[in-house]
Write a protein that binds this ligand. Structure first.
Ligand code: PLP
Length: 384
């Protein structure tokens, strides 16, 4: 409640998510908790990356960089993107800012932004900040929330300006089928809409192809790709992301980027360069750890009666169907916290399509996952 303070409609209409409710409840809880609601790697940033930042700071690389980012970083990013050059890349403060600026640049006021759900809640807020209307489209639950072209195409109208695609997906762990992405992107282009392709979980794929969505589509000029160092390199706190796409769009994004944050942190950009161009062994080790944990999680879920989950194909989330348990999703999550000390993210925090699910993050070590799943299992066995 903002009392007498006048707040713009676009900001007042932005809701706090159910995930936040759990976070606040966890912070207020006394006693030990197993935190499985987290959306970030539990690993520290690789040593050589941190060293590069120290070195940059010590040697005076502490000034503004050019608005679009350091040329050598833009080049390193473009080298990893088929058909793109440094001019097609703008470095941002996390993938978050890339998404926000992309939305402001291509989602016209009053237009519709189609968001397949369950989805990361910030897309809807970002659409509203662009004075556009988020249209949440529930993906078919019986297919484990796979990208269904028919459902998506049905949701597109003359008002559609943007279609958001996230693969690997937070919270479902799905990796979208190439042909489905192609069909959805073709339909978006017919509506003169852009696809914003969120690929911040690329590199964390266990099943299916780990490729850029733009590589599947007929017209990559209609795709704006969001990526970031956060998840892949365990660099959430450094806040480095980027947007890549056709140069004229990137130029416009860079123009407003100048007025919002000017440029991403110079020291963090040096760290990002080291992450992308330096040794990849630490990244491979983290990937292997995620893979091992994923196997453990799939096995545990398989042995608990009355809950199920499609094996996650990517990212580090299992999306657990707890619809057979009594009560709504938030109350199940609260009970699990209160009575078993396990914190999860309630699925309805990712749109109504996620009601009846809990998102469990396996960005946690095996002993912690074991305690977490012991708690989940104990709750389920009490209830059914
Ligand atoms: N997109 C998705 C789907 C995410 O889950 C996140 C972070 O949780 C982001 C984008 C933003 O990540 P960052 O701003 O740290 O790059």
């Amino acid at each position: 409640d903002s009392g007498n303070h006048r707040i713009t409609e676009r900001v007042a209409a932005s809701e706090r998510s159910a995930i936040r409710v759990m976070f606040d409840m966890a912070e207020a809880h006394d006693g030990e908790l197993v935190r499985l609601e987290v959306g970030e790697p539990d690993f520290d940033t690789p040593e050589h990356v941190t060293e590069a930042a120290f070195e940059a700071a010590r040697s005076g690389e502490t000034h503004y960089t050019s608005n679009a980012g350091m040329p050598e970083l833009r080049e390193a990013i473009a080298a990893g993107r088929e058909g793109r050059t440094a001019e097609d890349v703008v470095v941002t403060t996390g993938g978050m800012e890339a998404l926000h600026l992309a939305m402001l640049t291509v989602a016209e006021s009053g237009s519709e932004v189609v968001i397949p759900a369950p989805s990361w809640p910030n897309y809807a807020v970002q659409a509203r900040l662009a004075d556009a209307t988020p249209i949440e489209v529930g993906l078919p639950e019986e297919e484990g929330f796979a990208l269904d072209p028919e459902t998506m195409i049905d949701a597109m109208t003359e008002e559609t300006s943007v279609v958001v695609l996230t693969s690997p997906s937070n919270p479902t762990g799905r990796v979208f089928e190439p042909e489905a992405v192609r069909e959805v992107a073709a339909a978006a282009a017919e509506h003169d809409a852009y696809v914003i392709a969120d690929e911040v979980y690329r590199g964390l794929v266990y099943e299916g192809a780990d490729r850029a969505m733009a590589s599947y589509v007929d017209d990559p000029e209609r795709v704006l790709t969001v990526d970031s160092c956060s998840k892949r390199y365990a660099m959430t706190g450094w806040r480095i992301g980027w947007l890549s796409g056709p140069t004229p769009v990137i130029d416009e994004v860079t123009k407003i980027h100048e007025a919002t944050t000017a440029c991403a942190s110079s020291v963090a950009q040096h760290a990002a360069l080291a992450a992308i161009e330096g040794p990849q062994e630490p990244v491979e080790r983290m990937y292997e750890a995620f893979r091992e944990r994923r196997e453990y999680v799939v096995e545990r879920i398989g042995s608990i009666p009355n809950v199920s989950a499609a094996p996650p194909e990517g990212a580090f989330y299992a999306f657990l169907d707890v619809g057979a348990l009594p009560g709504d999703t938030l109350s199940i999550a609260k009970r699990l916290l209160r009575e078993h000390g396990v914190v999860t993210a309630p699925g309805n925090g990712f749109g109504e399509a996620g009601a009846g699910y809990l998102r469990v993050s396996f960005a946690n070590d095996l002993p912690r996952l074991e305690r977490g799943f012991d708690g989940i299992e104990a709750m389920v066995r009490e209830e059914v």
